[in-house]
Design a protein around this ligand. Structure first.
Ligand SMILES: Cc1ncc(COP(=O)(O)O)c(C=O)c1O
Length: 345
């Protein structure tokens, strides 16, 4: 039965993407698996041996799902959240004494230039790294997805020097996100922390197929109405599109209340009957309208693909992101709970 908005997640694709990525692999499954729902078992089946999340609550959810792989909580934590992470038997990232003292197992984060989390003070990081409960050292790259940028090399060198200065060979050393993992083996150390590539999206914002990655998520809706427009008839709030000829317009029941953003007004395509059709008029909360042209065989009930393949055509999250002036991460993570996630293989 047609459903107004459905995200189909191919767990086989997640597994194959993990199999293609460097090892040892930590699959980053924060923010509900970048909007894909529970995918940790598929990532582990594909060869990931660690999982990373942003929050202590996310670590707890993984344990509730029965996941027993090592989990790293990467975000900033309150004292209470450190307790929640410990109760979930998760490692945490620390750059303060408070967290380093309170958590059973700690990965010290040096800020080598991301300018967000971690300590920028190398001496402070060295002192933290001498603690017996420290089990890892990490950093995070700011520009790994920009192949022409020199700053990646600067960060890599600063981190390499730090690891050498710590001088402990019992620690798990990790730095690479997806872009770094795909771009430079020198960044791999003991573990790569990949998120976006696990889901088959391209960290470089182009075509994931270039790296052998398969998009795991496709977004589906259906044609709820097909209506005749006379020349000059308009679609949607603000009358931001008018028919320039006698033609047909479909109504598709997905909108910004599902995470199909209003910024796509008059600015994206959807697939119906294996062909691209332009979204026309304003994206509203629950519906969009799609121009079908003067003659159409599209009928009520036909499936609509907003992200994914239909016939020979495909629409990537990267394309939607470009139109919105954002990145693929935000397109899938931005799908709201009203979109049911269906996991298939
Ligand atoms: C600290 C850290 N490591 C790794 C990742 C994974 O990055 P990506 O999804 O680009 O692979 C993230 C995600 O934002 C992160 O915050």
């Amino acid at each position: 039965m047609a459903e107004r908005a459905l995200a189909r997640v191919d767990l086989g694709a997640i597994e194959r993407n993990c199999a293609r990525l460097p090892k040892p692999l930590c699959a980053v499954v924060k923010a509900d698996g970048y909007g894909h729902g529970p995918v940790a078992p598929a990532a582990l089946a594909g060869g990931a041996t660690w999982l990373a999340v942003a929050t202590a609550a996310e670590a707890g959810e993984l344990r509730e799902q029965g996941v027993d792989a090592p989990v790293l909580v990467m975000g900033a934590l309150t004292a209470e959240e450190v307790r929640i992470a410990a109760a979930a038997d998760a490692d945490v990232v620390a750059w303060s004494e408070a967290v380093a003292e309170a958590a059973p197992r700690v990965h010290v984060k040096l800020d080598t230039g991301m300018g967000r989390l971690g300590t920028k003070d190398r001496d402070h990081a060295l002192r933290l790294a001498a603690r017996p409960n420290v089990v890892g050292l990490m950093t995070h790259f700011a520009t790994a997805d920009e192949p022409d940028d020199d700053f990646f090399g600067v960060q890599l060198e600063a981190f390499r020097q730090f690891v050498e200065d710590v001088g402990r060979d019992d620690l798990l050393v990790h730095a690479a996100n997806s872009a770094a993992a795909l771009r430079d083996p020198e960044s791999h150390f003991d573990l790569v922390r990949c998120g976006i590539a696990v889901y088959g999206m391209d960290p470089f914002h182009e075509d994931p197929a270039a790296h052998g990655l398969e998009p795991a998520l496709s977004l589906h809706s259906w044609v709820a109405a097909v209506r005749r427009f006379e020349t000059g008839d308009t679609a949607g709030y603000g009358r931001r599109w008018a028919a320039d000829e006698r033609s047909w317009v479909a109504t598709v029941p997905i909108g910004y209340g599902d995470g199909w953003r209003r910024g796509l007004t008059n600015d994206c395509d959807v697939l119906i009957g294996g062909r691209r059709h332009p979204l026309v008029g304003t994206v509203s909360m629950d519906n969009v309208t799609v121009a079908l042209g003067p003659d159409t065989d599209v009928k009520v009930g036909d499936p609509v693909v907003l992200i994914g393949r239909q016939g020979e055509e495909r629409i990537l999250a990267e394309e939607v992101a470009r139109r919105l002036g954002t990145i693929n991460y935000e397109v899938t993570t931005g799908l709201l709970p009203r979109v049911r996630r269906e996991h298939v293989r």
